[in-house]
Unconditional design. Sequence first.
Length: 284
Amino acid sequence: MRSGLAVVGGVVAALLLSGCANAPKKLAAGERPGLAFAEERAPADTEQSPQIAMLRPDQLPRALGGLAGRTIRVARVADIALRPGEVVLTFDDGPIPGRTDRVLDILDRFGVKATFLMVGQMANAYPATARKVAARGHTVGTHTQGHANLASLSHASAQAQIERGRKSVAAALGSYRAAPFFRFPYLASTAALRNSLAAQGIVVIDASIDSKDYFKSGPQAIRARTLTRLRQRGSGVILMHDIHPRTAAMLPGLLADLKAGGYKVVHLKPGAGGGLLVASAKTD
């Protein structure tokens, strides 16, 4: 095994992400990578979540159409203007083999596209999985190099984290292209960073519905919480993570509920006048 791969393995062990709730912890030498960011408790508002029937992927029909909605071309934040009943699916912190693959398979079965905000170090570690996301027609954006809380860094250091993440994801994707979309880790931003990103043509993808799948609550609670908040708002950008088995476990049921409720999944793609990273795949 090449020494470079050994270095990558160490990076992944230190970074393996499981959510955007807490600061990361370091792993001891030889410790198996775990869910470094996950809360140990369920959030208070889901401790009494209703029991909702869950569908396993193998229980679903082979083809599930009718959930895919329109495509929105996004060149600035204001372009993400959702109509009632529209949702955007977003997944942070990956890619990671197996877990990201399962999410991709479920999205395919429902015929919908999502936006994946990738951490640079994860893309470096698993470039084949990163390319698979783009090859399936999903939009790929970035999420810094190492999932640092940018609001706690100097402006220069935060900008360096953003740029390194963009370069790492671009390198991992090879002939595919990442969209000029970015999400702040922990959703922790500053006005100066937002202004800087806008000046570069990079669109910040905020989240209006947080599934809180980084808490160690069960799939049923995640699904119920997400649906409740969506029904309260009527539409929104849903924040999830492709690195959690519990997220993939609840996703078929969530998508089935969206379809039954008449919701449409909107696909975000780069619009004219975007930044240096201009497309989500080889061709539209």
